[in-house]
Design a protein around this ligand. Sequence first.
Ligand code: ADP
Ligand code: ADP
Length: 226
Amino acid sequence: MKILEVKNLTKIYGKGDTQVCALDNVSFSVDKGEFVAIVGPSGSGKSTLLHLLGGVDQPSSGKVWIDNTDIYDLNESQLAIFRRRQIGLIYQFYNLIPILNVEENMTLPLLLDGKKIHQKHVTDMLHALGLETKPTSLPNQLSGGQQQRVSIGRALMSQPAIVLADEPTGNLDRQNSEEILTLLKMFNENHNQTLLMITHDEHLALQADRVITIEDGRIMKDERIR
Ligand code: ADP
Ligand code: ADP
């Protein structure tokens, strides 16, 4: 089953002489449960692609369907709701809210959505992430690897259609990077969680099911490796 469909996606920044074509007519689709790594040189358009898929930015042209919803067809408030429920975002620098503790950061998207928080769900998630002793810690009391695990929990609590991770290990050492990847793979394999991950790290990319290589805003390679 197709969970993501990208059709002729183009993004041009700026105007006139300073115009940059960051994405040039990109099309691909992803099946439910796939783990896709997106690689390519710096400036090739990877972050632009993820921002467009996350509905954080609008394309110059082209369309994106996530779980059968044409995301650029939604108005602002519909998109905000759709993103909270169906798109999990994980960033290089975690983007946790400093005054909220681990549990509060993780459950914030559900609260904003007016959902009832089931304590068992929270406890299970803390356990899966190895954060069972840290529910009341603040982000600045945690290591980088622990903060990234909180942000994974926040992205996954609503069981979104897709998780988009932009260099999730970019700020971590080798051991923490491996641990984060192991966690992401566990959610991918045990919960059929669809996952798109940008990475510079070839070793991590090779642990995905499929590697898409982007150069100059175009897909140069799209290989299934598992
Ligand atoms: P990557 O994530 O692969 O490093 P980006 O998507 O960040 O690539 O950038 C692709 C191209 O678009 C680069 O040439 C970059 O300079 C340009 N770009 C990215 N964001 C903007 C922006 N907000 N305004 C203008 N140019 C941008
Ligand atoms: P193709 O047969 O060329 O691969 P697709 O099956 O990918 O075409 O898509 C055909 C058309 O169906 C798209 O242009 C779009 O209008 C629509 N479409 C594709 N995927 C979805 C989706 N997940 N949800 C809703 N409409 C979709």
